[in-house]
Design a protein around this ligand. Structure first.
Ligand code: ARG
Length: 459
């Protein structure tokens, strides 16, 4: 164990395995860029406010910039002895420019420093997530456009309910991802706040200019309470919560895809590039990527629950517990970006089995509502119409025929209001096409949704 940066009041030294337990450098080095960015802004503020002599600041800036170049060239080496990314950087700066490096930490603490780095980290990743969501939305709109008139069964309780347009189905997911995107956009409102200058917890006696530092870093707001500044991890919780909801949407889609590609449904064929074979069963084509995305929701939800639990009952201000805030967020970024990317590629290359999808809506009673609506339109109270059709469905089940396969005489026995024109209404494509109500599955409505989506995406 070596001498610590804060070792002044200590006599005994920790065993190295205790130091290792307390260290965060193994993971917080992911914020190395953000740490340098934050230090550069801080030292520029120290110069601007004349808290430090200009030439000291210039030396520090030059040293930090050199470190940044080395970091980008993969030349920086960190060590557990220096605990975290903040002290590693300070140690590296000291090696480079000597004791003047020690002035960098004037008027700040690791508590506001780590809060700053973490805000910057999340702020820098939000646009990446938003971009991947937009790519997926674009794919869905393109696919929907090609499939406005592709007929499939719509389900409730996983039972055939009413036929719908496949384009309509795809646009439903578009809407979910639209809300996800809005949530990540709003996430920035609570991330784009600068904590630096709060120091350890109480602010500082040095005549700092927090606005100057925030401005250097491109923050539009500043925490107005120093205790809150070092303690707040809401922005990270919001990120994890938004990511969890996003993953939840992906799992619903994935679950449906895994059903659609099964032998029983056979609605969809995934590209070989997103499936795998079996080591024993030569015929197999498994939707592995689809299932893996569905499975990865678990770790993202876990990360949310983990941080919520870490934050629960945590007294103000900084506590070492807060060091546990980062890994779950890093892991979530590392999880959701590839999930979105893989999902996009998988759905984009999936081929709908158009005939089979339509056929599934013709060999069932999913046109029963059409017949009830037909009778209701002829003045029969809907409840009564429902009962009439219910009896016809029962007859159909017993005799093994669908409504459209019954003769006009059979249908008239159920109600004399039924005429030959009913057969047109019983066709599934007609059932879909006619649903002109706003937001319905009618072709015109789906086209309208697509048009609105395209306008949103081009904004
Ligand atoms: N490694 C610490 C963290 O990740 C940095 C802040 C440490 N501050 C402290 N007073 N121990 O939270």
């Amino acid at each position: 164990s070596t001498k610590k940066l804060w070792g002044g009041r200590f006599t005994a030294q920790a065993e190295s395995w205790v130091d290792e337990f307390g260290a965060s450098i193994s993971f917080d080095q992911l914020m190395a860029d953000e740490d340098l960015e934050g230090s550069l802004a801080h030292v520029k503020m120290l110069k601007h406010t004349k808290i430090l002599p200009a030439d000291d600041c210039d030396k520090i800036v030059a040293g930090l910039e050199e470190l940044r170049d080395e970091l980008h060239q993969g030349k920086l080496e960190f060590s557990t002895e220096n605990e975290d990314i903040h002290m590693n950087m300070e140690a590296l700066l000291t090696e480079k420019i000597g004791p003047v490096a020690g002035k960098l930490h004037t008027a700040r603490s690791r508590n506001d420093q780590v809060a700053l780095d973490f805000h910057l980290y999340v702020r820098n990743r939000l646009p990446q997530v938003i971009e991947e969501i937009t790519t997926l939305q674009t794919t869905l709109v393109e696919m929907a456009e090609k499939n406005v008139e592709t007929i499939m069964s719509g389900y409730t309780h996983l039972q055939h309910a009413q036929p719908i347009s496949y384009g309509h189905y795809l646009m439903a997911y578009y809407q979910m991802f639209k809300r996800d995107k809005e949530r990540f956009q709003f996430n920035n409102v609570h991330t784009d706040i600068s904590p630096i200058g709060a120091a350890a917890l109480a602010g500082t006696t040095f005549p700092t200019d927090r606005e100057y530092t925030a401005n250097e870093l491109g923050f539009s707001k500043i925490y107005l309470n120093s205790l809150d500044a070092v303690s707040d991890r809401d922005f990270a919780l919001e990120f994890l919560s938004n990511a969890s909801i996003l993953m939840m949407h992906l799992t619903r889609f994935c679950e449906e895809i895994s059903m659609w590609v099964s032998h029983e449904f056979n609605y969809l064929e995934l590209s070989d590039a997103y499936t795998t074979g079996s080591s024993i069963m030569p015929q197999k084509k498994n939707p592995d990527m689809d299932e893996l995305i569905r499975g990865k929701s678990g770790r993202v939800y876990g990360n949310l629950m983990g941080l919520l639990t870490t934050m629960k009952s945590l007294p103000l201000a900084y506590n070492k517990d807060l060091q546990e805030d980062k890994e779950g967020v890093f892991d979530t970024v590392k999880t959701i970006l590839p999930c979105l990317k893989v999902f996009n590629g998988m759905i984009k290359t999936a081929k709908p089995n158009v005939e089979r999808m339509k056929a599934a809506t013709e060999n069932d009673f999913s046109n029963a509502t059409e017949l009830a609506d037909y009778l209701a339109a002829k003045g029969i109270p809907f409840r009564e119409a429902h009962a009439i059709v219910g009896k016809l469905v029962l007859k159909g089940i017993n005799e093994g025929k669908n409504l459209q396969d019954m003769s006009i005489t059979e249908l008239k026995e159920a109600s004399d209001k039924i005429d030959e024109d009913v057969f047109e209404d019983l066709k599934s494509e007609v059932a879909v096409e006619r649903r002109h109500s706003l937001g319905g599955t009618g072709f015109d409505q789906v086209r309208m949704q697509i048009k609105a989506a395209k306008a949103e995406l081009s904004e």
